[in-house]
Every structure is written in structure tokens, then in C-alpha cells.
Write a protein of this length. Structure first.
Ligand code: ADP
Length: 651
């Protein structure tokens, strides 16, 4: 049977600046299963270094180490972590219990890193073995030193190790506790457990069965005092490296992250401020602009979606070519998909009642036959109409009748009741025959005072010119609009005799194109808000990085402990990444609430309810996660790369 530990001529040299310390010089030692060994000697003689190498916390510079019959020199980080996790139990002088954590949870900690699931029964059994069944729910700060060390012993046993290694386990204890703890260890050895203790206390070493004395990095004596309980080492296969994260580990890491964040509430709150404000700004803009789109589209009826507008082509430094009735006729005769063609004149004119004058837009229509006006609701352009619209006959007769919108009615008449009153447009009296509710978009942005008068009246009596401003065309269905647009372009080019290679001197826009234009305007506005938010997020991210670095430093010893208990570098990395991500996601979630709240605050000014879509929410969470990973990575990597021994010794 091979010895459990077979060390052949290992050396270890530390270099600090120009100073070299040979901590171990070609040391050889064998330890069999079931032995109870103490390593003794003066301070600095190399005891701890040897123990750390035996426990896979450190590697020798030269020499060979066989563990349970296997060479270990070529094992990678993951394999070594697995051996520490499943085959070696550590006990430290300063206990290294997790703060504010119960005895039971402390004992359960090593099970996180086996990947085999955790059993609280096992933890309770181990606590019973060290005589602490009545202290299971006590937290580390509610236990005496001796009890803490017994919890640590229970923790070292929980994964059924082949060997327990203790570094000055009684160094921090009074005489009574020391006796207690040593008795527990002795009893464990009597049950067959292999134990190796580093101590400079003779009383402690006398309780062991074999005393190995060291001095200046070499073994100077090796004395067996009592035979150990015979126990054979079966050639146990070394455990494989873990390659996955178990759900229980993920849960544990989440728990640790929340605990760390919760125990520094103020600090965490200040840290997430940047993310909170940045995400809040983005989300408020997104909810508002989505709200806009929604109410614009819901306000737009199929009637709107069918429409196509033919407008003059504005070119810098040149007067646009205006439309005439010939253009209207051309469209009417040559565009099969033009169901309705409405020439429109529009001017900005003063409209007066008594001594009130209001600058208004005056637009023209050709009038609707009374039966066209949906008698029951009296709709005009998808808006409610009080009274009626003027008729085609009134247009032909150049009647002085007008339909005005609500904004204008309110400005001209204190009562708001304009129906059947007289108004003056350009000094000419008109009778108000109808009042139209404002457009949906006007209700949002604040309405433009508008009056509609018959086209012929406008051309002959008011505007004094019959150049049209634009032509509105309606296709049979919204789906026909793009094809209708194409036909209109052909008709207009033919009518105007545009040469094949010349550009159009007019614009034809469908409703969809208008929406696209709105979107692109919104996009430009967004760019500004997003840049501001981006700066806030950058600052927030740097804050996260800073706090994570602080957190890593504060918890250096905990990192060392976790590694000693079998955590891989990747376990530590993921733990701190998760903490950074949790911080960011909390900031992001609060930011979503802030953004939505700002959206509602804006509601009082712009009267559009904000829309919070699933897309917006997932964007916020995805983005926050990304910031957490991005800015948490470096601190997490620093934590992962810490040397376990140095981390454990960190003051
Ligand atoms: P012991 O446990 O017997 O007190 P150690 O094994 O801790 O001795 O140390 C042996 C020698 O190696 C000491 O001289 C110590 O100063 C030196 N040493 C140990 N660890 C380091 C290190 N990380 N860097 C530099 N020197 C070290």
C-alpha cells in the first residue's frame, strides 16, 4: 500500500527583493493513513510551508509529491481545487469562520464547492461529532474561541477528507479550550482520520502519536511515540476538476452577494446611483417615445394611413414650384389608385372676432356632400365635429362659411361656443358652421389655431391667388398607398414634362413615410439623451468597479478561506461578478422605476401616457447586467487570482 502522503526531496525558496529564504531544503517525509502527526520547531523553520504544500495550497519549487499513490506535479488548478475540496480538511489558527453566519452555515460552506450538492444533515452530524449540537444556530460572534475552533473542525470534516491539516489550531485558545479542541482532534484520529498538526506547543505535540521536528527548512528528528490506529490507504482515484456551476453554488453566490450588499447599505446605495440615474434617463425617454408612437398610431385611423401628400419640393435658394388645378386634374385622370384628390391652399392669416385677433392657419377643402359626413357622429378627418362641414355646393358658390378647430374656437370666443357665430378672415366675414376637435397630434403638442374654408372661396376672395399649396390624395386602402405614390409621381412628371434624367420638382409622402420621419427626429433627440445617460452609466460603472475593488480587499481572507476549502479561481471570479451584476441590476431595476415615474411626470406636460414595454424592461436588465460584467470583471479577476496563502494571511 502506498503512503497517503509521500514527499520526496522538495525545496521551496522565497525571494523578497534581494533577500532569499530557503524555507524548505530537500525535505522528504511519508505519512500513512490513520497517523496523528505533529510538525514542531521554532518559528520560521518551515513547518507551515511544508503543511501548505502537503495541503495543495502551495507548490514546491523542486522535488516530488505523491498523494494517495498519484504524482501531483502536473495537476492543474482545477484538479488541485478538487483535491482540497474532497480530500483535505483545513483548520487554521484564527478559525476563519464567516462573519455573522451560523455554525451550521459555516460547516456547510465546503459542500458548495464539491459540485455534489449540500446536505444539512451532514453538517449537523459533524457538529455533533465536535460536541456542538446545541450551538447549531449560533452565529460566529456568539461563540467562544474554543467553540469557534470546533465549528472549524466540523467544517474540515464535512466532505469526508482523507486527511485533516491544522496550522496552530490551539494558538488562539486558552488552556481549557485548548484541551477541549485537542481532545476532539484526538477522538477523530481514534476513529481512523489522518491528522497533521503544525504547532510550537509541546503540550499539543505530546498528544500526537508522531512528532516531526524541523529547523531551518530541514527535518531534524522524526519520532513515533505511539503506534497509530492501523489504517490502509486504498489507491483512491483523485477527483476530477469540476467544469460546471451547480445550481446550489449559484444560489450560495447570490446569497453571499445580497448579504455583502445588504451589510453595506449606504455604500451600495451610493454605488448604484450612477446606474440608477443613467438607466432612469434612458428608460424615461424610451417610455415617453414609445407612448408617443402608440398614441400617434392609435390616433391615426385607416383614413390617415390611406393618405398621400403631394407637396412642393423645397430647394435651398429657389422658390418652390407650386401646384395648379392642372396638376390636380392630372392626378385625377392618370392615377387609377387615387380614390380622392383634394387640392389644398393654406395660409397663415389673422382671424378676428370683435377686437380679438388670432394668428391662424387657414386651409381649404372642396367640401363634402352632406351624406358624406356620416350624419350620426359627424366626423371630419377622424375627428368629432360639432355642427357640420361645408358642402360642395357651398364651395362652388364661393360661400363664406368656415369650420374651425377647437383651439381657435377657444381663443376667439370666451365661451368656447363658436357655432353659428361670425368671424373675420382677412377682413371678410365668415359664418362658423362647424367646430372640429383638435387632431390627436395637436392634442399632444398643443393645437395650432386652424380654420377650414371652401377652396373656391379662398382662391377667389381670400388668398387672391389660385396656386395650390399641396394636394392630398387618398388611396383605396393603406396597402395601396405605396403603389398610388408611384403612380402619382409618374402622372406629375408626365404633366410637367419632366425630362427622363431630371429630378422631381415635387415631393410625394405616404403616411408611413411621415411616421418614419417622426421616428428619425425622435432618434436624433434620443442620441442626446443617450449620450448624457452614457456618461452617467460610465461614471456609475467606474463606481461599481471601485466598490468591487474595495469589497475584494475587505474580503481577502474570506477569498483565501474559500480557496482553501476547494473553490476554483472561476468560483471566486463568478462570485464577485455576480455581486457586481446584482448591484447593477438593482440599480437598473430602480432606474426602470425612476424612468417610468419620469414618464408619468412628463404626462402632465405632454399628455401622453408613457408605455413600458417588455422590450424596454429587458433592455434595461440586459444593459445593467452588461455593465456589471464589464466593470466587475477586473476586480473579480483580481480576487480570483489571489494566492490562497497570502490571502489567508492578509491583515
Ligand atoms: P514556520 O511555520 O515554521 O514558522 P514558515 O514555513 O511559515 O515557518 O516559514 C519559513 C520561512 O519562509 C520563514 O523564514 C519565512 O519568513 C519564510 N516565508 C514564508 N512564507 C513566505 C513568503 N510568502 N514570502 C517570503 N518569505 C516567506
Amino acid at each position: 500500500m502506498p503512503p497517503l502522503i509521500d514527499i520526496k526531496k522538495i525545496s521551496k525558496t522565497y525571494t523578497t527583493g534581494s533577500f532569499r529564504v530557503e524555507a524548505l531544503k530537500e525535505v522528504s517525509i511519508q505519512v500513512n493513513s490513520g497517523e496523528f502527526v505533529s510538525l514542531v520547531g521554532p518559528s520560521g523553520s518551515g513547518k507551515s510551508t511544508l503543511l501548505h504544500i502537503m495541503g495543495f495550497l502551495d507548490r514546491p519549487d523542486t522535488g516530488e509529491y505523491f498523494f494517495a499513490g498519484h504524482p501531483t506535479a502536473s495537476l492543474g488548478e482545477g484538479r488541485l481545487a478538487a483535491i482540497r475540496s474532497r480530500m483535505v480538511g483545513f483548520i487554521f489558527q484564527s478559525f476563519h469562520l464567516l462573519k455573522r453566519t451560523t455554525a451550521k452555515d459555516n460547516v456547510m460552506l465546503p459542500m458548495v464547492y464539491t459540485g455534489l450538492g449540500a446536505s444539512s444533515q451532514k453538517a449537523l452530524d459533524c457538529l455533533k461529532l465536535v460536541g456542538l449540537s446545541d450551538r447549531v444556530k449560533h452565529k460566529s460572534n456568539e461563540l467562544s474561541g474554543g467553540q469557534c475552533q470546533r465549528v472549524a473542525i466540523a467544517r474540515s470534516l464535512v466532505n469526508d477528507p482523507l486527511v485533516v491539516m491544522a496550522d496552530e489550531p490551539t494558538g488562539n485558545l486558552d488552556a481549557v479550550s485548548r484541551q477541549e479542541v485537542m481532545q476532539v482532534i484526538k477522538d477523530l484520529n481514534a476513529r481512523g482520520l489522518t491528522v497533521i498538526i503544525v504547532t510550537h506547543d509541546d503540550e499539543v505535540s505530546q498528544m500526537t502519536n508522531r512528532v516531526v521536528r524541523m529547523k531551518d527548512g530541514v527535518i531534524i528528528s522524526d519520532e513515533v511515540r505511539r503506534p497509530s490506529a492501523a489504517s490502509e490507504t486504498a489507491v483512491t482515484p483523485l477527483p476530477p476538476a469540476r467544469h460546471s456551476f451547480s445550481p446550489s453554488e449559484f444560489l450560495e453566490q447570490l446569497k453571499v452577494a445580497f448579504k455583502a450588499i445588504w451589510s453595506h447599505k449606504m455604500r451600495s446605495a451610493l454605488t448604484i446611483l450612477g446606474i440608477f440615474i443613467g438607466v432612469g434617463a434612458i428608460i424615461s425617454l424610451m417610455t415617453i417615445s414609445e407612448g408617443f408612437m402608440k398614441s400617434l398610431l392609435s390616433g391615426a385611423s385607416e383614413d390617415d394611413a390611406k393618405k398621400i401628400w403631394v407637396t412642393p419640393y423645397y430647394q435651398h435658394g429657389r422658390a418652390p414650384r407650386r401646384f395648379t388645378m392642372n396638376d390636380v386634374e392630372a392626378i385625377k385622370s392618370r392615377v387609377p389608385l387615387a380614390e380622392k384628390v383634394t387640392p389644398i391652399l393654406a395660409r397663415n392669416l389673422k382671424i378676428s372676432v370683435g377686437d380679438k385677433h388670432v394668428d391662424s392657419s387657414v386651409q381649404t377643402r372642396e367640401g363634402f356632400a352632406l351624406e358624406e359626413q356620416k350624419p350620426r357622429d359627424k366626423f371630419f378627418e377622424n375627428r368629432k365635429l360639432t355642427g357640420r362641414f361645408f358642402t360642395k355646393e357651398e364651395n362652388l358658390n364661393k360661400a363664406k362659411v368656415a369650420v374651425i378647430n377647437q383651439t381657435l374656437a377657444k381663443k376667439l370666443f370666451d365661451s368656447g361656443n363658436a357655432l353659428n357665430s361670425d368671424i373675420r378672415i382677412n377682413g371678410i366675414n365668415f359664418l362658423v358652421v362647424g367646430v372640429a376637435e383638435d387632431h390627436k397630434a395637436e392634442q399632444i403638442f398643443g393645437g395650432q389655431p386652424t380654420a377650414y374654408i371652401p377652396l373656391n372661396t379662398a382662391a377667389k376672395r381670400v388668398f387672391g391667388a389660385n396656386r395650390l399649396d399641396y394636394i392630398e390624395v387618398a388611396a383605396p386602402t393603406p396597402a395601396d398607398a405605396p403603389e398610388a405614390r408611384r403612380q402619382i409621381i409618374m402622372a406629375m412628371r408626365a404633366e410637367r414634362g419632366t425630362r427622363e434624367d431630371a429630378a422631381d420638382d415635387f415631393d410625394v409622402k405616404t403616411f408611413e413615410a411621415q411616421i418614419e420621419m417622426f421616428k428619425s427626429t425622435m432618434g436624433k433627440l434620443s442620441l442626446v439623451v443617450y449620450s448624457i445617460a452614457g456618461i452617467s452609466l460610465l461614471v456609475g460603472g467606474i463606481g461599481i468597479m471601485n466598490i468591487m475593488l474595495v469589497s475584494v480587499t475587505e474580503r481577502t481572507r474570506e477569498i483565501g478561506l474559500r480557496k482553501a476549502l476547494g473553490a476554483r479561481n472561476s468560483d471566486i471570479l463568478s462570485q464577485f461578478l455576480i455581486e457586481a451584476v446584482v448591484l447593477c441590476v438593482i440599480g437598473g431595476a430602480l432606474g426602470v422605476a425612476l424612468g417610468f415615474g419620469l414618464g408619468w411626470a412628463a404626462y402632465f406636460f405632454i399628455k401622453v401616457p408613457p408605455t413600458l414595454s417588455a422590450g424596454t424592461i429587458s433592455f434595461a436588465f440586459g444593459f445593467s447586467t452588461l455593465i456589471g460584467v464589464g466593470f466587475g470583471f477586473w476586480p473579480a479577476l483580481r480576487a480570483a487570482m489571489l494566492d490562497p496563502i497570502e490571502a489567508l494571511r492578509y491583515e
